[in-house]
Design a protein around this ligand. Structure first.
Ligand SMILES: NC(=O)c1ccc[n+]([C@@H]2O[C@H](COP(=O)([O-])OP(=O)(O)OC[C@H]3O[C@@H](n4cnc5c(N)ncnc54)[C@H](OP(=O)(O)O)[C@@H]3O)[C@@H](O)[C@H]2O)c1
Length: 314
């Protein structure tokens, strides 16, 4: 039997990495083996991956030596950063650079870098349409990832533009909220523009499809989404799935940014970018192409059908 090529997966116990680990494990006759990176191989999530047959290794993207060891001998890596754990673009840049340098040191033949747009290419800092944050950014958690593309540019990299997770309606505070009169509504700053979205697990499955294509997508930017729906369409899908009315409230970015939760300004600017550059943003993430990478790609309604019991209805 030919030796399998090892794909090292950063964030293997998290949302994006989990999908890729499961896709590799679900294809035991395929060409790839999986090495799951975690800061702690003894957590229940990490142990579960080992029980499923993944090689589980300890590494932190804040620790270059641990990353170099974890990438050594691998064929490829899935690289991702965790902005919402620290809210620091500087730390995100360092984490991306650490991964790129470790990939280079290990001589990896293919890297997928989970990135997003540097929105300053569309809205320069002196453009007042979107407020500048921290003196340097328009959408900090996008701009840092886009800026970090430079670290991966010299490597055999596929730049993967991800989309808003459906899962944010479960775990990121985006789900339907109950008004005092008991009616449910979702709030998004998208006006009547479609929002590209995807199941977090489908990101990993698309990444698996990219690896399956060999060198075809090296040096290319690939955008993915599973659905592109307006706020009204999202609310209608919720109404059907939950069998009760769910309304869509358009909350303008100017209001959203004053909501006061951590990252509200960053997210308000993100939604404004997606609203105001909507044609570009949607076209960069074609659904039909995403399905060629991942035939299991779920529409929002399909995902809701499987996950509606997990939606917290506050
Ligand atoms: N939410 C969205 O809609 C969305 C859309 C597009 C892009 N993104 C981006 O996705 C990124 C997050 O990816 P995700 O959702 O897959 O993350 P996640 O589900 O929060 O997973 C985080 C995982 O990363 C690991 N981790 C955290 N810090 C680490 C470190 N220093 N070194 C190594 N591993 C570490 C943790 O594993 P251990 O505890 O096992 O180490 C954890 O399981 C963010 O940068 C965000 O901006 C999010």
């Amino acid at each position: 039997m030919p030796t399998k090529k090892t794909i090292a997966v950063v964030g293997a116990t998290g949302q994006q990495g989990h999908g890729l680990v499961q896709a590799i494990l679900a294809d035991p006759s395929g060409p790839f083996a999986v090495r799951a990176l975690t800061r702690d191989p003894n957590t229940p999530k990490a142990r579960a991956l080992a029980d499923q047959g993944a090689q589980v290794v300890a590494a932190s993207i804040d620790d270059p030596a641990s990353l170099r060891a974890a990438f050594q001998g691998a064929y490829a890596a899935y690289c991702v950063t965790f902005f919402w754990n620290h809210f620091s673009v500087n730390q995100e840049l360092a984490q991306a650079r650490n991964q790129a340098q470790a990939a280079q040191a290990a001589g990896l033949q293919h890297v997928i870098w989970s990135t997003l747009e540097d929105t300053r290419r569309w809205v320069p800092l002196d453009d007042p349409r979107i407020p500048t944050l921290h003196g340097k950014y328009k959408v900090p958690h996008f701009d840092g990832k886009g800026e970090a593309n430079q670290f991966f540019a010299p490597l055999p990299t596929t730049f993967l533009l991800t989309s808003f997770y459906y899962d944010n309606f479960i775990s990121f505070g985006m789900g339907p909220k109950k008004a005092p009169d008991g009616t449910l509504a979702i709030a998004l700053p998208m006006a009547d523009k479609p929002l590209p979205m995807i199941a977090a697990d489908d990101i990993g499955r698309c990444a698996y499809g990219i690896f399956q294509h060999g060198p075809e997508y090296i040096g290319r930017t690939v955008g993915i989404s599973g659905d592109q729906l307006t706020g009204s369409q999202i609310a209608t899908a919720f109404s059907h799935a939950l069998a009760r009315p769910v309304a869509y409230n358009y909350v303008p970015p100017e209001t959203y940014r004053t909501l006061g939760f951590p990252g509200a300004d960053d997210l308000a600017n993100m939604f404004q970018f997606k609203r105001d550059f909507n044609d570009y943003f949607c076209q960069a993430r074609p659904i039909s192409f995403s399905r060629t990478l991942n035939p299991q790609l779920q529409s929002f309604r399909q995902w809701l059908q499987s996950n509606k019991s997990r939606i917290p209805l506050e």
